[in-house]
Design a protein around this ligand. Structure first.
Ligand SMILES: CC(C)(COP(=O)(O)OP(=O)(O)OC[C@H]1O[C@@H](n2cnc3c(N)ncnc32)[C@H](O)[C@@H]1OP(=O)(O)O)[C@@H](O)C(=O)NCCC(=O)NCCS
Length: 179
């Protein structure tokens, strides 16, 4: 796949200051990714007002110090992000779940997603985790992306996600071992 110079400009920040401007930027990115068909917790079309409460709950987890937020910046603009979410369960304290893995629609296919996932693995190692899990909506070919960055399918719940009437999708569990 073609790489362009934009890839070179990508830089990452872990747990950025959650200013109101950054929150607005993240919510808008989340809306744009969803409305372009992305599988990040909603079925499009969605509005800022629908995404904001879900985003604010995710920000609260980061602000409390339990979860982590990784943002990828291109020329100062947020073009990629994910949350590293604690299981909030003592028996699962040695691994975490990546949620809302997303790249700005116009910036997809440039290697940003792979770079974001490498950054998440670095965060996981720095936290001393044994592994990272990601939950994937079947039917988008997304498992192909996660396989490319080292994850393997470890489970599947048939029809777990009701996208719409008559459109149930499997939920895949994919895992990256960090040990
Ligand atoms: C999934 C997503 C994060 C990938 O980011 P990206 O920047 O487009 O991916 P990259 O350019 O880094 O691709 C890395 C590799 O994965 C492959 N890949 C990317 N998307 C893929 C897909 N949907 N199916 C199969 N392979 C894919 C690329 O071809 C590339 O392979 P290569 O190294 O052989 O060239 C991005 O497309 C996205 O934000 N999608 C919408 C949101 C979403 O659905 N997120 C998933 C939540 S579970």
């Amino acid at each position: 796949m073609a790489r362009n110079d934009g890839r070179m400009a990508l830089s990452f920040v872990v747990d950025p200051v959650l200013s109101s401007a950054l929150r607005d930027e993240v919510v808008q990115l989340w809306v744009d990714v969803t409305n372009a068909g992305g599988a990040v917790g909603f079925v499009g079309p969605v509005t800022v007002d629908e995404v904001r409460p879900v985003a604010e709950a995710a920000f609260a987890g980061v602000e409390s110090g339990i979860d982590r937020l990784v943002v990828g910046l291109d020329d100062g603009r947020v073009v990629a992000l994910l949350f590293v979410v604690d299981n909030r369960f003592g028996l699962k304290a040695h691994w975490r779940v990546l949620k809302r893995v997303m790249v700005l629609p116009g910036s997809q296919g440039l290697g940003y997603g792979a770079a974001l996932m490498r950054q998440a693995a670095d965060v996981g190692r720095a936290l001393g985790l044994d592994g990272l899990q990601v939950t994937v909506r079947d039917g988008h070919g997304l498992d192909g992306f996660y396989r490319k960055v080292g994850y393997r399918e470890v489970g599947r719940v048939p029809g777990a996600l009701r996208i719409g009437p008559g459109d149930d999708r499997d939920e895949l569990f994919m895992w990256l071992d960090l040990r």
